[in-house]
Structures are given as C-alpha cells and as structure tokens.
Design a protein around this ligand. Sequence first.
Ligand SMILES: Cc1ncc(COP(=O)(O)O)c(C=O)c1O
Length: 416
Amino acid sequence: MVMIEPVTIQKGLDIDAIRRQFPILNREVEGKTLVYFDNAATSQKPQSVIDALVNYYTHYNANVHRGNHTLADEATRAMERSRDAAREFINAEAREQIIFTRGTTEGINLVASTWGRQNVKAGDEIIVSNIEHHSNIVPWQILIEEKGAVLKVIPVNEKGELIIEEYKKLLSPKTKLVAVNHASNALGTINPVNEIIDAAHEAGAVVLIDGAQSTVHLNIDVQAMDCDFFAFSSHKMYGPTGVGVLYGKRELLESMPPFQGGGEMIKEVTFEKTTYNDLPYKYEAGTPNIADIIAFKAAIDFVNELGKKNIKQYEDDLLQYGTNQLKQIPGLRIVGEAKEKVSVISFIVEGKSAYDMGLLLDGAGIAVRTGHHCCQPLMNRFGIPGTIRASFGVYNTKGEIDRLVSSLKGILRRNA
Ligand SMILES: Cc1ncc(COP(=O)(O)O)c(C=O)c1O
C-alpha cells in the first residue's frame, strides 16, 4: 500500500482582510489614500482594540482591585486577563513577573531607579550600545551621574551591526549591567541578544533587553533568552498607547525597592512603618491605565491569531522588496544593512534634507519618519543628522512601497 504523506499548506496572510480591520487605513491625506510607513514610531490599531476601549468605558468603567461591586470586579478581571495574556506572549514563568508600565521608557527607568540605585556603586560599569534609543541611554546616564559609575559603549560597524568582539572586551568584573535593544528602531538591526546575555552572565552582570522594536516582529521567550529584565510597549504592537510591560526575574523583582509610592503598592501603612505589596503590585502604584491595559489584550490576540512566524515571513518579503526598489533610486543610500533586520529601512538622499523629503512625501499621502529617531549617538556614528525611515507593519503592501518609490522619484525629478 502506498502511504500518502499529509501535505502541509503554508498559511499565508490575507492582507486585504487584515487591512479591513484597520479603519484608519481608509483615510486620505492630501487627497490620497494614506500610506502609513511609520510603524516603528507607533502602529495603527485594529477595530478589536478600539472596540475593547469603547466597551470598557461604555459598560464596566470602574477602578480595579479595590471594589466589591460588579463593575469593579469585571474591570479587575479584564485587566488581570491582560496580564495573563502578556505573560504567555513572552513566555514568562509567572504572572507576578509582568509589571504594567506606561511603556518601554518607564520600564527602563523603573529598573534604573530601583535595581540601579540599589546595586550600582562608584566605579561600577554599565554597558549600552551605540545603536540604543535615548530611552536606553539617558536613564543610565542619570544613574551613573548619581553614583559615580561609568558608561561603556559597544561600537557599531558600517552595516549597523554591533561589534561583538569589542563588546566582549568591555566586559569585566566591574560590569554591573548590560542594556541593549533587541532590534533597532533607527536601522532595523536585530541584535544577537542570546550571545550578549550569555557573555554578560559569564562576567556576572545583569542584562536588560529593550524589546520595544522586537516584540511585534519576533518570537519572544524570556526564559529561553534568560534576560534579567525585558521591557516593551503595547503601542508598537497594534495596542493602545500608555501601556507597556516590564518583565523581571522573580528574585530581582523581589529584592528591589519600590519604584513609586502610593495606593495599590502597599500592604499596610502606618506613620511608623509601611510594608509593601506582593509582586506585581509592589511596582504598580496608583490607579493603572485600566482601559488601555484591557485593550492591550485585544492587540496580543490580534498578533497571536496571525502568528509571529507568518508576520515575520510577510514583513521580511516587504523588507527585501522595499530595499531592492529603493536602491534603484540614484543618489539614495540605505543606512543600516545588517544581515538580520526587522522591517525598517532607513535611507538618505544625497544633497537632500530628510526633513524636507518627509514633508514632500506627506504631500503624496505617505507617512514616513525623518530625523535622528531618538538615536543621536548613532547618527553621530554615521556622521549624518538623520535619515528618512520607512517602517512596515503587517498591513503594508508592495503596492504601497511602489507608491513610495514613484513619489520619491517624482520629488527628486521636480527638485533636481
Ligand atoms: C528601541 C526603542 N526603545 C525604546 C523606545 C521607547 O518606547 P516608548 O516611547 O514606547 O516608551 C522606543 C520607541 O521608539 C524604541 O524604538
């Protein structure tokens, strides 16, 4: 008898159906259908996320954790369901390790002002990289200034990749913390975080990974990665603004002092002594951003339904197509051609201001970001004031890339 092997059919994404979930994609800018290529700054939101927000305010708006009435109970349970979804999304061991923050920036600041203040002393070293967003530089500068510690920087090569041999030379018994991003917002480079983390741990250092740009594109498993802290933002992964997650290893979160004082983060308060709440609430002082946290779960569900693998495959195709098409334009140079990239293309056009190009593209209905992308040290490394950045999400298409390319050609022809 002939055995017939089951055929695995690769599930492709139905991009038209995905686009229909994003009402904003129907709007026009300057009389033309919007092309939104500013996803690395913030992504657009599907109807399910918008509905979750409206539903909360329409049906069960109440403060969480403190009430014994129906609405308070419904709101609390919905918010805690988001925590469970976030735990699963990054494969944290326990829900107590998911701290809700305002975003990546707040997560990093939380670690700097709690773990950092507790553990960093004069003469200690903190390593960041030349490819970091300001939010993964400045909190450490504030800390080292206060403590008399030292900042060390992993250099970047011409392609926009971290020079790992140089990183390893920076590690020493003085290294207390290594803080790097998983993917760069300015160039799209995916950093070899596993290697970075292993080397840091060998040197006895703690590692914080800034996942602002990776969480929407790559599979995240914080246990396999073995990072000590991982911070990300909901709004870059189709969720609402004002919500993020800080993951931390339990023993670190247990041993750190609180970030802010107030309601929710306490067990008991007297004028003589206050005791602090258990994880995760110890780090969540005050009324949280309930509506957005609840709607964040709808964004996680949206990404899970599509599947990270399918999203990455589709976006890789856009990245490759966009890179090839843009390279055909005379005078255009792509900044950042790392081997491993998320769907971000940064470029400059000889003799043209990035800012002006951005305005002219807006006139063609195309939203790109221009400037230093909150990465001034990286721009200094390349000797440029800024770039034009097109960053793709799962609803973008090759047709939209064609519009970017033809608009750029038209602008350059008219402004020759
Ligand atoms: C790599 C990276 N880190 C951190 C941040 C800060 O994120 P948020 O503004 O959501 O706090 C961003 C935002 O662009 C980013 O791209």
